[in-house]
Design a protein around this ligand. Structure first.
Ligand code: 5GP
Ligand code: ZN
Length: 112
């Protein structure tokens, strides 16, 4: 499958591995929107959050606990934001499920 994040997960496109388990990989976003901007992906391909079911509950839980662990490693004690853009209205541009971990500055609300 011609999927950018599958290529990153398989190592055919090299990235800095900030966190890795058998099922997950975290790497820096190429176009950071905050001093810390990390993407956390499952190594298995899911096109978006909308393409998961309760069968993926464990994997989705791992994405969140990994995000909290990475935030601690990145010294984001002042806080951070997790974002899962989903589908066209959600602003998703890469069709492989990913969690954005943003930190190092104050985040405004509501998002654009
Ligand atoms: P989305 O808009 O789908 O929520 O997020 C996709 C993210 O992937 C964007 O923040 C974009 O900067 C990032 N991105 C796109 N291509 C690459 C790439 O080749 N390498 C990395 N590290 N990030 C990418
Ligand atoms: Zn993929």
């Amino acid at each position: 499958m011609d999927c950018l994040f599958c290529k990153i997960a398989s190592g055919s496109i090299p990235v800095t591995h900030l966190f890795e388990t058998d099922q997950l990989l975290a790497f820096p976003d190429i176009n950071p929107q905050a001093p810390t901007h990390i993407l956390i992906i499952p190594k298995l391909h899911f096109s978006s959050l909308a393409h998961t079911t309760s069968e993926q509950a464990g994997l989705l839980g791992q994405l969140l606990t990994a995000a909290a662990e990475i935030a601690q490693q990145q010294q984001l004690a002042a806080g951070y934001r997790l974002v899962i853009n989903t589908g066209p209205d959600g602003g998703q541009t890469v069709g492989h499920l990913h969690v954005h971990l943003l930190g190092g500055r104050h985040m405004s609300w509501p998002p654009g």
